[in-house]
Design a protein around this ligand. Sequence first.
Ligand code: HEC
Ligand code: HEC
Ligand code: HEC
Ligand code: HEC
Length: 419
Amino acid sequence: MPAPKGPVLPFRMGTPDLVLLVTDSTNGVLEPCNCATGMMGGLSRRSGLVRSYRAAYPDLVLVDTGDAFRVGHPRDPRNAFMLRAYRQIGYDAVVLADQEWSAAPSELRELLTKGPPEFLSTTANLAESPLPVVRIVKRTRGKMKLAILSDTPRASPPLLTPEVAKRLAFATRKRLADEVAKLKREGCIVVVASHGFDAEAEQLARSTGAHLVIQGHYRTGDAVPERLPNPPVLRVGDMEYVTVLAWKMRGGGVVDFEFRRELVDKRWPMDDALWKTYEDYTRVALSYAAKAKASDGMVYTSSAACGACHEPQLAAYKASGHAHAYETLLRVGRDGDPECLSCHTTGFESTSGFDSIRTTPELANVNCQDCHGFSMREHDAEGFKAPKVEAAACTRCHTPTADPHFDFATRRAKAGCKR
Ligand code: HEC
Ligand code: HEC
Ligand code: HEC
Ligand code: HEC
């Protein structure tokens, strides 16, 4: 095999017999906001990373160990696009984890069970069955065989009826350890994806005899991937990372094992086909958002209209980033994504708020009312006293994801309206 080129660095072990790429916790994010520095990721660059690795190791296996989809948003159209994107990137196995089973909107279940994707791997407990039902994905690469299983201890989803289970064509109904033993006899490298806690993952590693247990749900700052002896438990998470594993095998046994974590950053090329999928998603999402608009009790006015009587505040506002929040979206080419518009414009979810740059240009950007929280109706009423601007007015947008280091006391001083 040729030595890897570009950002793909060679392995210490030399040429591996098998390379495995693992992702987890994408949570339906096709392209992240990158509001705060350091946040990377996105499926376009992830695809670029996978392609770069495939150029160096054509036989690699690509697995997502869970929480790929968006749950808890019943009217969010993105899951169909997630599925399309995962097909485009060329996943070998995608594990359906506990969160997806227990909290997924029915659309997701339908999507996954209608014609169960060839790469879907999952385990779930049927309410009436003491044994979990397991769907295994097997892949052959040259002389190497790999089997992906999952263990989802707490998933006993009410909607997993026998009919749904049948449509998913679960392969077996057995104890996981028996299944692993059988797969090992067939000569497979066996990987079990776990969505339990540390102790459960370690227990799985000991009790099933799998070659590798991958524990999902890990977040930024939690831990670097951890390797415990015999067999290793690998902790993964963070949609902006791809964990890479390499094996050297001899006589059916693992003789060397190596891992690294790759940040999905600008070193990797963008994949235009994936960006196109994202853009297709935003078009559909925008039409969903338009239908979901409801009154929030506010009547939105432009900042300029408020500023007609509050000149110093208008001047301070104009000099602040809030007055340019929409330009930011234009600059990064994300002005068509309703998720971005919800914090970078005023009242996007409201029937009286920002609709589009063509119809409501005066409501682009973060406006006076986003912080002050009242309409002219209240302002004009007799005995009006402006409510104090509290931290909650800011943290609606300055969330831990968008602004992880937000501190009201210090940031308030920097926001508009300085006297
Ligand atoms: C027609 C002129 C006019 C317009 C338009 C106007 N205001 Fe006022 N506003 C006033 C006056 C007059 C007061 C009361 C005097 C004062 O405290 O400055 C006031 C008071 C306030 C106060 C309370 C000031 C304090 O010291 O407690 C806030 C906050 C405020 N306005 C915000 C807004 C916002 C936000 C808008 C747009 C939605 C707006 N105003 C539009 C004239 C106006
Ligand atoms: C409707 C959403 C929203 C609300 C509410 C909001 N912000 Fe912001 N804020 C943003 C966005 C978006 C940016 C980034 C603007 C850009 O550069 O594109 C930002 C940027 C900032 C900045 C840095 C940029 C600058 O020069 O102003 C500060 C400081 C800030 N906000 C403080 C606050 C404070 C304090 C509050 C509450 C009193 C608040 N924000 C309320 C969305 C909001
Ligand atoms: C929950 C609210 C929220 C959402 C949703 C959101 N943003 Fe932001 N965005 C912010 C805030 C707040 C800041 C300012 C952060 C700071 O000051 O550190 C910001 C800052 C930014 C910045 C940096 C601005 C600069 O130049 O300093 C970019 C770029 C950005 N957002 C893009 C996006 C994109 C793209 C999306 C949609 C995927 C998005 N945002 C969605 C709240 C949000
Ligand atoms: C980022 C949030 C934010 C935005 C945007 C904002 N304000 Fe304020 N404004 C504040 C805060 C915080 C205060 C301090 C008073 C308080 O804590 O209630 C304040 C105070 C004021 C006051 C009272 C007088 C003063 O200067 O203390 C007026 C009037 C006012 N703002 C008007 C406006 C107008 C008009 C706009 C739009 C052009 C605007 N504000 C935009 C946060 C904001």
